[in-house]
Design a protein around this ligand. Structure first.
Ligand SMILES: Nc1nc2c(ncn2[C@@H]2O[C@H](COP(=O)(O)OP(=O)(O)OP(=O)(O)O)[C@@H](O)[C@H]2O)c(=O)[nH]1
Ligand SMILES: [Mg+2]
Length: 290
C-alpha cells in the first residue's frame, strides 16, 4: 500500500483545478477562464486497491495586493511543506525562464514534478523544446506532459505519482472524496457562476457565505449571502428588476443539484461588507482564515 499527499501548484490559469477534477473524476474544484479562480487549498482524495493519493489544489501564485491574497498565498506555502510530491503545473505556452525563476524563488531546495498542461495547444517541436529545457535541471524530479481538459496523459501521471509516494496505510476511508464540508463546495459552486455571469473585476470582489443548509427528506434548503464590498456592486449583482441574481440562482441551483445529486431550494441575498478583502473578521467569517 502506498499513500501520501500531492500538492498541485503553479501560476494562475495553468489548469490546476481542471487537473484535479480530471484526476479525481469528479468536479471538486471550480474552474473558469479567468485567473485567480481558486482561493482555498482544496483537498480531494483518489483511492485505489493499493494506493491513496490526497491531492491539494491551491490558488495560483501571485503577488499579494490584499489580505485575501496573502491568505491565498498562505494556502500555497502550507501545501509546499507538507506534501510528499509537489506538482508544479505549467501552461505549455509559458515562458520557461520565468517558470524557472518562480520555482527557484518559491521552493528553494524542494524538487518538483513538472507537469506540462495544455499540450493540445502546442506542436511536437515545442514539446521537444520544453523537454530539453528541463532535462538538465536539478530542481526537476520528473517531467510529464498532459492535457487536463482533453484528458491526455492522466493515467501515466497517476501511475508515476503512486510510485513516488511512500509506503503507508491509507489516511482516509476508501470512499472519501474529500475531508472538506459540503457547505464549502456549495459556496464555491455559487462563486463559480459569478465568473461567468458578471464582467471583469466583479467576481474578484465577491465572497459567498452559506447561511442555511437544511437537509430534508426530498430537498435540501440552502440560503447564501453574496458579499460585495460597495453599495454600487449590489445593484450590479441584482441586475435590473433582479434579473441577474435570478440567473445566478438558476445556474447555481443546477450545478449544486448535480454535485449533491439531490433537489435543492436555493435563496440568495446580497450583502455589502465594506472592504471585506482587507478585513480579518470578514475573512474569517467567509472561511479564508483558519
Ligand atoms: N486548451 C486547454 N485548456 C485547458 C486545459 N486545462 C485547463 N484549461 C483551461 O484553462 C483555464 C483555467 O483553468 P483552471 O483549472 O481554472 O486553472 P487554475 O490553474 O486552477 O487557475 P487559478 O485557480 O485561477 O489559479 C480554463 O478555461 C480551463 O478550461 C487543457 O489541457 N487544454
Ligand atoms: Mg484553480
Amino acid at each position: 500500500m502506498r499513500a501520501g499527499f500531492v500538492n498541485i501548484m503553479g501560476r494562475p490559469n495553468a489548469g490546476k483545478s481542471t487537473l484535479l477534477n480530471a484526476l479525481i473524476g469528479e468536479k471538486m474544484a471550480i474552474v473558469s477562464p479567468k485567473v485567480q479562480t481558486t482561493r482555498h487549498r482544496i483537498r480531494a482524495i483518489l483511492s485505489g486497491k493499493d494506493y491513496q493519493i490526497v491531492f491539494s489544489d491551491t490558488p495560483g501564485i501571485i503577488q499579494p495586493e490584499y489580505k485575501l491574497h496573502e491568505r491565498m498565498m498562505h494556502a500555497v506555502r502550507a501545501g509546499m511543506t507538507d506534501a510528499d510530491v509537489c506538482i508544479f503545473l505549467i501552461d505549455a505556452r509559458d515562458d520557461l525562464m520565468a517558470i524557472e525563476s518562480l520555482i527557484q524563488e518559491l521552493l528553494g531546495k524542494i524538487r518538483v514534478l513538472i507537469v506540462v498542461n495544455k499540450i493540445d495547444l502546442i506542436g511536437e517541436s515545442r514539446k521537444t523544446e520544453i523537454a530539453s529545457f528541463f532535462s538538465t535541471k536539478a530542481y526537476v524530479r520528473n517531467l510529464v506532459f498532459v492535457s487536463a481538459s482533453k484528458k491526455i496523459g492522466l493515467d501515466e501521471l497517476t501511475s508515476l505519482l503512486i510510485n513516488l509516494l511512500p509506503e503507508s496505510a491509507a489516511y482516509f476511508p476508501e470512499d472519501a472524496l474529500t475531508d472538506m464540508p459540503t457547505r464549502f463546495f456549495v459556496s464555491e459552486l455559487i462563486r463559480e457562476q459569478t465568473y461567468f455571469l458578471y464582467d471583469e473585476e466583479l467576481p474578484y470582489q465577491i465572497a459567498v457565505a452559506i447561511t442555511k443548509f437544511e437537509e430534508r427528506e426530498h430537498i435540501i434548503s440552502i440560503a447564501a449571502d453574496i458579499i460585495v464590498h460597495r453599495e454600487s456592486q449590489k445593484g450590479i449583482i441584482l441586475g435590473a428588476g433582479g434579473s441577474m441574481i435570478k440567473k445566478l440562482g438558476m445556474a447555481s441551483r443546477a450545478s449544486i443539484e448535480q454535485f449533491l445529486d439531490k433537489k435543492i431550494y436555493l435563496e440568495l441575498f446580497v450583502k455589502v461588507r465594506s472592504n471585506w478583502r482587507n478585513n480579518e473578521t470578514f475573512l474569517r467569517e467567509y472561511g479564508y482564515l483558519q
